[in-house]
Design a protein around this ligand. Structure first.
Ligand SMILES: NC(=O)c1ccc[n+]([C@@H]2O[C@H](COP(=O)([O-])OP(=O)(O)OC[C@H]3O[C@@H](n4cnc5c(N)ncnc54)[C@H](OP(=O)(O)O)[C@@H]3O)[C@@H](O)[C@H]2O)c1
Length: 396
């Protein structure tokens, strides 16, 4: 019988790659439910092709428009759910792909965890914001968390593991280090003195990967690698000093595990998210993803470099926030989202992104988040504070 999939963020970059895997394996997977925010046209295309039973739009007006459009097109058989956060917890759902971008993904992903589902995690922000609570809930509700982020999926593939009683157990006893690779983004070699002139279009051009806008800017600042570092610590239960990142501009190796006998196991592949998505969907089996294996005769050389603090301060802010703990990773994530939004709308320059985050980290009292509601409160408090800083900057 086909596995019922709920795809949160179906219209985004990860959403589309997931649809491609489902399209290739109609016997194995059935798209049961989808959610999106405002992209009504794309949702209608998905409904036409995959005929999901349940659809939810986060944005109320988009939901109303969708209902009208479905009626006009005689497609009223689809159920439109009022609460977009709950589709991952529906009883018919077996597997949830969490592919909403940003903090907006926390509540729906958390619902899926509480529903004890198999959760394929692309939305790293959810884990950064609420790591301890998230992992404790996964354990309590027996939700199997499978990493989709390419680096984490690479490490997942390189670690010894087993699923016992609905939970994943990693054997990290002989592991010295988990290593995430980073492409270095578009500004790896740019003259530092010109960072103030970086234009939005330049930051939105990733050299190797095709992704949504927010993660593309996060890759340019390398906040993405900082968020991934935190994600890796939580997913694999590793301390920060055993997780590191290295710049590997060719993006051939996605992640590595170094063992205490001197061995390093690396996962390699083309920079195409369909590989980690297919791997997580089918684990412990393997299925066709549509991605060709590497041709080693065409690869040329592979290089590795350390991450410079002056060039990529966001990566170091993330390390520091995680090290200090408490609510700081939540503040970091919210401040980053506000800063990236402001950069994309032309309100601030590229170099202001780390400055705004730094101010939020040092000026907001973090408190302690004992439940998801208080994580969400701290997230919105940080957003308000960040917006206040932006207003001050505009009035200067
Ligand atoms: N793209 C990659 O290659 C990649 C790789 C690794 C990890 N990730 C992670 O995967 C997540 C998604 O990234 P992406 O690049 O696919 O993003 P994206 O292309 O921007 O897509 C985001 C998706 O989230 C939906 N969405 C946005 N706000 C929402 C809300 N409030 N409620 C419900 N849905 C909402 C969007 O719907 P609308 O279309 O209606 O706006 C869209 O379907 C991020 O956390 C990212 O860090 C991405």
């Amino acid at each position: 019988m086909a596995i019922n999939v709920a795809l949160l963020g179906a219209t985004g970059s990860i959403g589309k790659s997931t649809l491609d895997i489902i399209r290739r394996h109609p016997d194995k997977y059935r798209l049961f439910a989808i959610s999106a925010n405002r992209s009504v046209d794309s949702v209608i295309d998905i409904i036409r092709e995959f005929r999901p039973q349940v659809v939810a739009m986060h944005d109320r007006r988009a939901a109303d428009t969708l209902v009208e459009r479905l009626q006009e097109n005689a497609m009223a058989q689809v159920e439109i759910l009022g609460n977009a956060d709950s589709i991952g917890a529906l009883p018919e759902v077996d597997m949830v792909v969490a592919a909403i971008v940003g903090a907006a993904g926390l509540a729906p992903t958390y619902q899926a965890v509480k529903g004890g589902k198999k959760v394929l995690l692309a939305n790293k922000e959810a884990l950064v914001m609420s790591g301890k609570l998230f992992m404790e809930s996964a354990s309590k509700y027996k939700a199997l968390i499978l990493p989709v982020d390419s680096e984490h999926n690479a490490i997942f593939q390189s670690l010894e593991k087993c699923a016992v009683d609905g939970r994943l157990h990693y054997d990290t006893s002989a592991v010295n280090k988990l290593i995430l690779t980073a492409s270095g983004g578009p500004f790896r070699q740019r003259d530092l003195s010109t960072f103030g002139d970086i234009r939005v279009e330049e930051a939105c051009q990733h050299p190797n990967w095709s992704m949504g806008q927010k993660i593309t800017v996060d890759s340019a600042t390398m906040m993405n690698k900082g968020l991934e570092l935190i994600e890796a610590c939580w997913l694999f239960g590793m301390p920060l000093d055993k997780v590191s990142a290295v710049i590997h501009p060719q993006s051939v190796i996605h992640g590595m595990v170094q063992y205490n006998d001197g061995s390093t196991i690396a996962q390699m592949g083309a920079p195409d998210m369909r590989t980690p998505i297919a791997n997580a969907m089918a684990w412990p089996e393997r299925i066709q993803s549509g991605v060709m294996g590497l041709d080693f005769t065409q690869l040329g050389h592979m290089t590795f470099d350390a991450i410079e603090q002056e060039r990529f301060p966001c990566y170091f802010l993330a390390r520091e926030a995680f090290q200090q703990g408490g609510g700081l990773p939540t503040i970091l994530n919210a401040a980053n989202e506000i800063a990236v939004e402001a950069f994309l709308s032309g309100m601030i320059g590229f170099t202001m992104i780390p400055r705004l985050i730094e101010r939020c980290l040092s000026e907001i009292s973090d408190g302690h988040a004992f439940d998801i509601e208080s994580v969400i409160d701290l997230d919105s408090k940080t957003r308000d504070y960040g917006r206040q800083i932006l207003k001050e900057l505009q009035s200067l």
